[in-house]
Write a new protein. Structure first.
Lengths: 523, 448
């Protein structure tokens, strides 16, 4: 037998004889999917919300029944039997089928919403979007949009798969609480509260702004767009609140929480993208690439996206600020100096923290502060030469480039569609500018780390295999070295699957672990 | 200088890595088993579908070339220690200046009738795993013989494929020659909870031939016949030194080495499972087939090969395993039968899947060992207490510091202290909070 066989097994590797209860659960969920497909095809169904309620109810009930039965049948423990034998979870045939299905759905959602039933120019919705109309009217008194439909499906997916995840890890309280948290933040903060607020402020319907309090720049890349700023500033006290909170989140709350708890406070406890990855994406976490080459690629891509989002945002803001006192408190002149100050300040902070903690590679610090300085210099040249387009780029085209390729293609289509091929955190690992920013903070000054327990590591590789971010955790664990990695989202699965109890997530800057090697080579 | 390492398990590979860290000698690692180093303890997870073979390789394939460690796939049949040459089955010879023997273990077979039949095999090597895989197809029942760590792993492997398992254990309770009675009972209960047909106090008498040279059943010491398609032999391992017998190399059960892991022949060293220490450290066995021991020997021997004299000192005994879902950790001196001069505080969770045992000196109160089931304790902390002979009561009051369970997990240290108070009439209080800062202070010696 070849060593490289993906499915090592010769014997029937899927002896998952589903019992009656499991089949019932999957059957109900399949019925729900059938209802959605029927709606998509435009076949008229009983309306008034009944069909939607039945579809969502069937999905919830079916998956709950299935998960309960699957995970409660045997004793609590790690349930990864046969993960690499199933073609759904080993990147095989069903994985591709599922991946193409999801990718296709995202393409329709982003670029061809009419095919999903979105009525053009005030025409009534049909098909799948219309199915969600009754709920939309109930919550906010408006017809559904494709985004409302997507929001409901997204939230239901996190709920259902979150429950499945909780049954799977019922012996691990960290996983239970963390999953409760992502489910809560998605349901309440990303879905219910914003939708209800829309309903309560129907006069603001025309002035839409993002009311998801946890969504912040740069993940929320349109936060500083002119229309968004205008709508917030004209959006009454709620708008002003969201504006101030947005700024506080970026500059105060998020760095502080990252310092205390690591970027996990956001990425695996609060974030919606993370929420979907941790729940619906959990069956695919092992597909992330652990090679050193992938890590190199990751650092280049994610930091490029961060740089792009910073440059884009600066250009966009600059483009709509006036030269003299006007609508905004800021003028181009003051904005220029603020950015220059931010860049220089961030560079100085980097250098000082690096001197103190030596956590980042020196080259990294030079590159980052160099880039910051470059941005500052270019802005100043722009400013004094009277150039209209800051950083010599057309703000509008850069903005639309970013919105299309990063916002839609990368975070949506690839980010979720490719779960069954590259693992559940493709977007978070390679593309998310927020993750990049929090990652730099985590690497630079956070107390968060994963500590290792003495010399107990047996190099088995479960930790690395089940790391959704593709971190080779074993590399650190077998050397008895604490894991401090920019990309670690603190999901805690490495610690859970470790068969020898070697890994623990900690919020502390104390060095506890001793190198596994008991020989001093520095002699 | 050309250093040849025979065996690419954890002992040989650790030695190769640490020789490379200290020198630029030419290093060749020879193995017949696989091309690359893999984690032997993780073989079970490949069968269970938790990982692929490539996932259990701790280093990517480019690592060896980058670190100038030559890997050779060859089967060494004979060594000429006079001319310093190895002769392979393929007809090559390889010269060495220094040789490290890290040939590992082989499965114990105790002369059972039928032990040579097809469908009868141990589980140690990668070929063993392939063999098990090939015989799993359509398998109706497997019988496992020998209640040790490999036996329970094999039981878990078959269970993961829903293949019914009968587990023959000679002892009265699972692994009771190592585990104290309560822990052993817990493990036995848990094995049964997973649907394994556990037969205690039962020995293998004979493996029955189906007429074609394949095993079809076993008979037990109770005279019972159990039909099965596979027999897993897991009654321990012994040093894999068959081809070294009757050579100039001094061997007994294993390759005899001094405390510098040097054999009787100059420039020939040995490390890992194949080793028998001439003078084992106090309280330790001469042959210890354990992953951690092999790793520590690999580091030590690397120093000695590079000309830096370093005696093998494994420190305080520790080991770990996982019995299906229950993790097991041990630090220090915890014996199956409590010796006269020792006392033991044993706490078990009401659900019977977690326990904490502290073993201490009866008269002086010094802590001697920790035995944990389903609870994770920090090795550095436990070792420090044992090394410094901390008093049992001092340990109890600070027991929080040792806990290494994931955040938010239910902690049981207060109940352990309460149990001690009930048993002794003391009024000890647990110092609250196991903050990493407190652990750090403790390890740096800033508290008691």
């Amino acid at each position: 037998m070849k060593l490289s066989n993906i499915s090592f097994s010769l014997a029937n590797p899927h002896p998952r004889q589903l019992d009656g209860i499991q089949k019932l659960g999957l059957g109900l969920a399949a019925l729900s999917l059938l209802l959605l497909i029927v709606a998509l095809l435009g076949i008229s169904l009983p309306s008034g919300g009944l069909t939607l309620a039945v579809a969502m109810g069937l999905l919830l009930a079916g998956m709950l029944i299935y998960a309960r039965r699957t995970y409660l049948k045997g004793p609590a423990g790690i349930k990864n039997n046969g993960v690499w034998f199933s073609t759904l979870t080993n990147g095989g045939l069903w994985g591709w089928v599922f991946g193409i299905f999801i990718t296709g759905f995202y393409v329709l959602l982003y670029f061809f919403p009419a095919t999903l039933g979105l009525g053009a120019d005030g025409a009534p919705n049909t098909g799948l979007v219309a199915l969600f109309g009754p709920l939309s009217r109930l919550l906010k008194g408006q017809p559904a949009s494709q985004w409302f439909m997507y929001g409901v499906l997204y939230t239901v997916a996190i709920l259902v798969m979150g429950a499945k995840f909780a049954y799977k890890y019922r012996h691990n309280r960290y996983q239970l609480i963390r999953t409760g948290s992502v489910v809560f933040f998605q349901t309440a903060f990303a879905f219910l509260i914003p939708e209800l607020m829309e309903g309560l402020n129907s006069n603001l319907a025309a002035r839409w702004f993002d009311k998801d309090m946890k969504n912040m720049w740069p993940l929320d890349y349109d936060f500083f767009d002119k229309w968004h700023i205008d709508n917030m500033l004209n959006g009454g006290s709620i708008g002003l609140f969201m504006f101030v909170l947005g700024l506080l989140m970026i500059f105060v709350i998020s760095p502080f929480l990252t310092y205390r708890y690591g970027k996990r406070w956001y990425c695996s406890w609060v974030c919606g993208c993370g929420g979907l990855a941790e729940t619906a994406g959990d069956p695919f976490r092992q597909l992330s690439d652990k090679s050193l080459a992938a890590w190199r690629l990751e650092r280049w891509i994610i930091h490029s996206v961060l740089l792009l989002s910073v440059v884009m945002t600066i250009a966009v803001v600059y483009s709509y600020l006036g030269v003299g006192p006007g609508k905004y408190y800021l003028t181009r002149r003051s904005f220029t100096w603020i950015i220059v100050g931010l860049m220089v300040g961030a560079g100085l902070v980097l250098v000082v923290l690096q001197r103190r903690y030596q956590r980042l590679r020196r080259n990294m610090v030079y590159i980052m502060s160099g880039l910051g300085a470059l941005i500052a210099v270019v802005i100043l040249i722009n400013h004094f030469s009277g150039e209209r387009d800051i950083l010599f780029v057309k703000a509008a085209s850069l903005r639309s480039f970013y919105g299309f390729y990063i916002g839609a293609i990368f975070s949506g289509v690839i980010g979720v569609g490719f779960y069954p091929l590259f693992g559940s955190r493709v977007w978070c690992r390679f593309g998310c500018p927020m993750a990049a920013l929090l990652g730099i903070q985590q690497r630079l000054f956070s107390r968060f780390r994963i500590t290792t327990n003495g010399g107990q590591c047996i190099s088995c590789g479960n930790c690395s295999t089940y790391c959704e971010m593709g971190i080779d955790v074993r590399w650190y664990a077998q050397r008895g070295q604490d894991v401090i990695r920019a990309s670690c989202v603190g999901c805690g699965i490495c610690s859970a699957v470790c068969p020898r109890g070697v890994l623990r997530l900690e919020n502390s800057s104390v060095e506890i672990a001793e190198p596994t090697s008991f020989i001093d080579f520095q002699r | 200088m050309h250093i040849v390492i025979l065996g690419n398990g954890v002992a040989g590979i650790t030695a190769a890595r640490f020789i490379r860290k200290q020198s630029s000698h030419r290093i060749t690692v020879i193995s017949a088993e696989t091309e690359h180093f893999f984690s032997r303890t993780a073989l079970m997870y490949v069968y269970m579908g938790h990982m692929r073979y490539e996932d259990i390789k701790p280093y990517e394939d480019w690592f060896w070339k980058k670190n100038r460690i030559d890997l050779q796939r060859a089967y060494v049949e004979r060594i000429d220690f006079e001319t310093k040459a190895l002769f392979t089955k393929e007809g090559h010879n390889i010269r060495y200046d220094k040789l490290l023997l890290a040939t590992g273990s082989a499965t114990n077979k105790f002369g059972w009738p039928g032990q040579q039949l097809a469908g009868v095999r141990g589980l140690y090597s990668y070929p063993d795993l392939e063999y098990m895989e090939q015989h799993s197809q359509g398998l109706q029942r497997a019988v496992i013989v020998g209640g040790g760590l490999i036996g329970i792993e094999m039981a878990e492997m078959f269970c993961s494929r829903r293949i019914p398992v009968t587990f023959l254990v000679r002892e009265q309770s699972y692994w009771d020659m190592v585990l104290p009675p309560e822990e052993s009972a817990m493990a036995s209960r848990h094995i049964r909870e997973h649907g394994v047909d556990l037969r205690l106090a039962t020995e293998l008498k004979e493996i029955v031939d189906d007429g074609t040279g394949r095993a079809c059943a076993v008979t037990t010491s109770h005279g019972e016949r159990i039909e099965c398609g596979y027999v897993g032999l897991t009654a321990g391992v012994h040093p894999n030194i068959g081809f070294l017998k009757n050579t100039a190399l001094e061997t007994d059960r294993g390759i005899l080495v001094d405390s510098f892991l040097q054999t009787n022949i100059p420039d020939v060293y040995a490390a890992g499972d194949c080793v028998q220490l001439r003078e084992p450290p106090p309280g330790r066995r001469a042959v210890e087939a354990v992953w951690y021991v092999a790793r520590m020997m690999g580091e030590t021997v690397a120093c000695n090969i590079c000309g830096r004299q370093l005696a093998y000192d494994p420190g305080i005994w520790f080991n770990s395993a996982k019995f299906f879902d229950i993790e097991y950790q041990v630090y220090g001196d915890v014996r199956a039968q409590l010796p006269e001069h020792q006392a033991s505080l044993y706490w078990e969770h009401p659900e019977g899947r977690k326990s904490i045992r502290l073993v201490y000196d009866k008269s002086k109160g010094h802590i001697l060992g920790f035995n944990l089931m389903g609870v994770r304790y920090r090795q550095e902390v436990c070792e420090k207490w044992i090394r410094e002979q901390a008093h049992i009561e001092a340990v109890l009051q600070n027991l929080d510091l040792a806990n290494f369970d994931p955040e938010f997990n239910e902690t049981c240290e207060a109940e352990v202290v309460a149990l001690y108070n009930r048993q002794t009439g003391q009024g000890l209080q647990l110092m609250q909070g196991r903050s990493p800062e407190a652990v750090g202070r403790f390890l740096k010696g800033l508290v008691f």
